[in-house]
Design a protein around this ligand. Structure first.
Ligand SMILES: *[C@@H]1O[C@H](CO)[C@@H](O)[C@H](O)[C@H]1NC(C)=O
Ligand SMILES: *[C@@H]1O[C@H](CO)[C@@H](O)[C@H](O)[C@H]1NC(C)=O
Ligand SMILES: *[C@@H]1O[C@H](CO)[C@@H](O)[C@H](O)[C@H]1NC(C)=O
Ligand SMILES: *[C@@H]1O[C@H](CO)[C@@H](O)[C@H](O)[C@H]1NC(C)=O
Ligand SMILES: *[C@@H]1O[C@H](CO)[C@@H](O)[C@H](O)[C@H]1NC(C)=O
Ligand SMILES: *[C@@H]1O[C@H](CO)[C@@H](O)[C@H](O)[C@H]1NC(C)=O
Length: 204
């Protein structure tokens, strides 16, 4: 008899544990609020973004399920941000690098972002895919990018980046797609142990 109770109890516990409790309130509330601050610094042409990224209350879209370009992990933490071709104009100055450290995919291609790529990019330590191509980023490629050990794809082509390719990029052994063409970069690709599948530097 008691073993049946134990079984029922265990099953109940299992069901409670497995049910999709919407825990975004705890994990990504902070992340979402930080993204809202960044949003406030941008000029935005994409209506889907304007109408889904809203201060949270019971009636507004939940970040993890309904925010344009946002994908969360099972713990309700934002791990993908894809804002490609969204008519965004602005900088990364207000971007919450320190909060979004669970990001694995970060894509801002085909917008008009300008200004530097901040060294704080190194705080996104889980980054696998980084695509800032076809914008107006300027300044140097921050050497700190070399600390993103898991990076597989790095697309910075069609920007206004200057200087030489930082030696630190040679430390990225997982990198297999590196595209830097259509910038004003100089020099050579630093020594690297990466096994590139696609490599397009077009250096002067
Ligand atoms: C990042 O993800 C981990 C595990 O999924 C989680 O514990 C942590 O709270 C997340 N970080 C933030 C800032 O949400
Ligand atoms: C917003 O971006 C998405 C994806 O790029 C696109 O499908 C949609 O048409 C855009 N909406 C506007 C109003 O620009
Ligand atoms: C929820 O937020 C939206 C957008 O900011 C606002 O228009 C609406 O009045 C808010 N609703 C409640 C119940 O606070
Ligand atoms: C990002 O979104 C664009 C347009 O919605 C899509 O074509 C692209 O494959 C997405 N990128 C990733 C890495 O999922
Ligand atoms: C982007 O914003 C900057 C600064 O507000 C402005 O000077 C520039 O004209 C804008 N670019 C576009 C394409 O709207
Ligand atoms: C690129 O940067 C240079 C030097 O800072 C500047 O003169 C030029 O106008 C920029 N080009 C674009 C397309 O932003």
């Amino acid at each position: 008899m008691s073993s049946i109770f134990l079984l029922i109890f265990s099953l109940a516990l299992l069901i409670i544990t497995l049910s999709p409790i919407p825990n975004f309130a705890s994990a990504s509330l902070e992340e979402a609020n930080a993204l809202l601050k960044w949003k406030a610094s941008l000029q935005i042409q994409n209506n889907s973004l304007v109408s889904s990224w809203l201060p949270m209350n019971s009636t507004t879209p939940a970040p993890c399920t309904s925010w344009f370009g946002v994908v969360c992990n099972d713990d309700g933490s934002i791990h993908r941000l894809n804002l490609t071709s969204s008519g965004l104009n602005g900088t990364l100055q207000e971007f919450p690098f320190s909060l979004l450290h669970n990001l694995t995919h970060f894509e801002l291609s085909v917008n008009t972002f300008f200004g530097p790529i901040p060294p704080e990019i190194q705080l996104l330590s889980k980054l696998v895919y980084l695509d800032f191509s076809a914008n107006r980023f300027s300044g140097v490629i921050p050497p700190e990018i070399g600390k993103l050990a898991g990076l597989k794809t790095l697309h910075l082509f069609e920007n206004n980046l200057t200087g030489s390719i930082p030696q630190e990029i040679g430390q990225l052994t997982s990198l297999y797609e590196l595209a830097l063409y259509d910038n004003s970069l100089q020099g050579v690709l630093p020594p690297s142990k990466a096994k590139f599948e696609k490599l397009d530097l077009s250096l002067s």
